[in-house]
Design a binder for this molecule. Sequence first.
Ligand SMILES: [Zn+2]
Length: 156
Amino acid sequence: MTGRLVADPASHCPDQAARTVVAAAFAAISSRYVLARHQIAAAILDGNGGIHLGLHVDAMVGRAAVCAEAGALSAARLATSAPLIAVAAVRYPKPTETAQARIVPPCGLCRELLLDHAPALRAVVHDGPEARLAPMADLLPHKYVGTKWPTAPTRS
Ligand SMILES: [Zn+2]
């Protein structure tokens, strides 16, 4: 907890599922923010109403960093095999920035990762002043398709 009064971006979400994941991600990063170490948290909503959180873990070597969405996906898959329906990531402001947390779209790597594991997932993105849920497939129209997996996850 930083002690700053930072605005919750969930107020920008007219959709209930979007508001739920944004509020959860905002609460998580508000309590775990550490400058240059943990700046973003993500929340994934599953089809049973469960919320799964992830925390961005930065690293001295940039490519060793782990995105919050990857952490949330891992937590979700540990907890349930239910479909994953919505994801949001919220970036907490640095002390030198305006006290407004921001909804951030998934990076390209996370778009690939999330689509591999949750093809029906929608992500909260900002379009002007309001946020909306966008199908992940719309955010990555020409996704990489490899040959090492069957088309759907199996437990074999
Ligand atoms: Zn990412």
